[in-house]
Design a protein. Structure first.
Length: 223
């Protein structure tokens, strides 16, 4: 019994020690960094008053969707990694509705990269923007377009990041806590006293003692 208790508390101490180390590692040694930018697909025309933006058309929306399919292609992802963009990357076109039934009505797209290395995060985003420039130009020149009426992309604001993501750390901390609780419950279950249940016999104070009575003598037998 004493040995089982020692094993139980030793295992519990090990579980909490490992959980504490994991929380410390997540919060201070392995943060995630996000870099993000939103772009708009526009056409510029030159007038006497200066540079003017045309109104958005279906062509601008098509360009946003075409480049989204381009970045979703495994070949493009491999090319991005070969160029040095090793962070997790995503490209999403703005829409209404939901993910199952999106409604695209504006030519905006958001590029995002996520990594545990801040430099890797921003480098991946910059490389993706270079690929975006090449793809937008290629889509139009292959169709015979040229000159000042071509669609181009332009950032809305500036690039945000690389920024540490506290939400990811919070989720990881909660996950580690749940694992520690489950591990503790498993230790308690494995080290509980099973001796009485396994023996299959009732406790000593409930056991009945059988008393043998002497047999009566047979008739005609002298004592």
């Amino acid at each position: 019994m004493r040995r089982r208790v020692v094993i139980r508390y030793s295992c519990l101490a090990l579980v909490f020690l490992l959980a504490g180390f994991a929380v410390w590692w997540v919060r201070y040694k392995s943060p995630l960094y996000q870099s993000v930018v939103t772009v708009a697909f526009i056409t510029k025309t030159n007038h006497f008053a200066g540079e003017v933006y045309d109104h958005f058309t279906d062509n601008h929306i098509f360009m946003a969707l075409a480049t989204a399919r381009y970045f979703d292609n495994p070949g493009t992802q491999e090319r991005l990694r070969a160029m040095g963009g090793t962070a997790d990357f995503s490209y999403k076109v703005a829409h209404w509705g939901n993910e199952e039934l999106p409604v695209y009505g504006q030519p905006y797209a958001t590029l995002q990269s996520l990594s545990d290395d801040p430099k890797e995060s921003i480098d991946t985003l910059n490389l993706a923007l270079k690929l975006l420039t090449q793809k937008v130009e290629k889509l139009q020149t292959s169709s015979g377009a040229s000159g000042r009426v071509m669609i181009k992309w332009e950032t809305i604001g500036s690039i945000f990041g690389p920024q540490r993501q506290p939400l990811q750390k919070s989720r990881a901390t909660v996950g580690i806590g749940l694992i520690a609780v489950l591990a503790s419950a498993a230790v308690m279950s494995m080290t509980r006293d099973r001796s009485k249940r396994d023996s299959g016999s009732p406790p000593d104070h409930l056991m009945m003692t059988t008393v043998r009575r002497p047999k009566p003598p047979h008739p005609g037998t002298t004592t």
